[in-house]
Ligand binder design. Structure first.
Ligand SMILES: [Zn+2]
Length: 391
């Protein structure tokens, strides 16, 4: 299929329409969702992410298009109507060709399917220029065997929506409960950091108070507490995550942990829970009434610990495990970076972001590899060239 075929679908009355400025009035990046329109040999749903222009001043553009396909089934079993969905995989298109004209935006390129040796799929996306915003993506896919089309409606400026339940142990229910760090330019929180990464995080406003008799938590105790208190715990992958602010871990040098790991070889879901240990020495300076360098450094470390552990839940590994030990990323540590680059250099140079490859994973990685309770940590992205990129 040629690009000119797409233009043939343009309504005739639009041909004489022109605007003095051809740049899009608003960003088109974000999440779109819709269904297959042809051929109709089953009900397929598309979750489409377009990442070609900045959402706001702190948001990096990855120049990627990605989508997940889900097939819906419906049947009557034992006199009951049943519906279920089957994940049909995720695709990514890097560095797409994006053109803006008087009719709207046209995007095209060759996509690959994650985690398979699948051949390329040619993609054409047209977003007609509508007022008040560009809200409809018309998608055509050609995998060499079948040409299919989808209509996807704009959903959100964010690429993923995550619900985060954070609970706190009674003895460490101290202000500040949630992290907050003021830079000269802006105030950083869990929500703002992940918003910069294109992820919309919603945190429960009222934390449950949990008894803390353990005093030196083990992964098993953390797991049991998650089972007891995570209101929406599920054995199926979902965009819901649980975090606990506890006292101290069994190894006192651990400030935070993504504890939900399955036994080796087990298929049990993992990456659904993490903990931050408020009694760790790094957080001694967390005293809002005593501003100063100690309070600043403790606030920064407290925020870093949350963002880092949540990053593990998103299936991000440490920077050095991806052969990027010099990455300025939430998934690196100041100690590791400073050892290579000089004392104090990490916090001088770090811009409070994930690195580019991590942003691509968070926004455009295969669904099962990113979603909580999906692939086990470090798996599901074996053929992800970006995870192994050296710097
Ligand atoms: Zn870590």
């Amino acid at each position: 299929m040629q690009n000119s075929d797409i233009k043939d679908h343009v309504p005739h009355e639009c041909e004489s329409f022109s605007l003095p400025s051809l740049a899009p009035v608003l960003p088109i990046s974000g999440r779109y969702a819709g269904r297959i329109t042809s051929p109709i040999h089953g009900c397929f749903e598309m979750d489409l992410r377009i990442d070609v222009d900045p959402l706001h001043e702190n948001s990096i553009v990855c120049h990627c298009i990605s989508w997940d396909l889900t097939q819906l089934f419906e049947d009557v079993i034992a006199n009951r109507s049943c519906r279920w969905r089957v994940d049909r995989g995720s695709w990514i298109l890097q560095s797409p060709d994006v053109k803006t004209n008087e009719l709207g935006v046209e995007i095209q390129g060759a996509a690959i399917k994650w985690n398979t040796a699948h051949s390329e799929t040619q993609v054409w996306i047209r977003i007609p220029r509508n007022e008040p915003r560009l809200s409809l993506a018309q998608v055509t896919l050609d995998d060499g065997a079948t040409v299919s089309t989808y209509q996807c409606e704009w959903q959100s400026h964010y690429f993923r929506d995550v619900a985060l339940q954070i609970d706190v142990c009674a003895p460490v229910n101290l202000e500040p409960v949630l992290p907050r760090y003021d830079t000269p330019q802006r105030t950083l929180t869990i929500e703002s950091v992940y918003a910069d990464a294109g992820i919309n995080v919603t945190i429960n406003t009222q934390q449950k108070l949990i008894e803390d008799e353990a005093r030196a938590w083990t992964p098993g105790e953390l797991h049991q507490t998650m089972e007891d208190h995570f209101s929406e715990l599920s054995g199926s992958p979902q965009w819901k995550l649980w975090g606990l602010i506890a006292g101290r871990f069994q190894k006192p040098n651990v400030a935070g942990i993504m504890f939900n790991r399955a036994e080796l070889g087990s298929n049990l879901p993992e990456r659904r829970g993490f903990a931050v240990f408020r009694e760790h020495d790094s957080f001694d300076g967390l005293k809002p009434d005593e501003p100063g360098m100690q309070q600043t450094e403790a606030s920064r470390k407290y925020l870093h610990t949350f963002i880092h552990e949540i990053g593990h839940a998103f299936n991000l590994q440490h920077s050095w495990e991806k052969d990027r030990p010099n990455a300025l990323s939430w998934m690196n540590t100041a100690a590791n970076y400073d050892e290579r680059n000089g004392q104090g250099s990490f916090w001088c140079e770090f811009d409070f972001r994930f690195d580019y490859e991590e942003l691509v994973h968070l926004r455009h990685g295969s669904h099962s590899s990113v979603v909580f309770g999906g692939d086990v940590l470090g798996r599901g992205n074996e053929n992800d060239p970006l995870q192994k990129t050296k710097r």
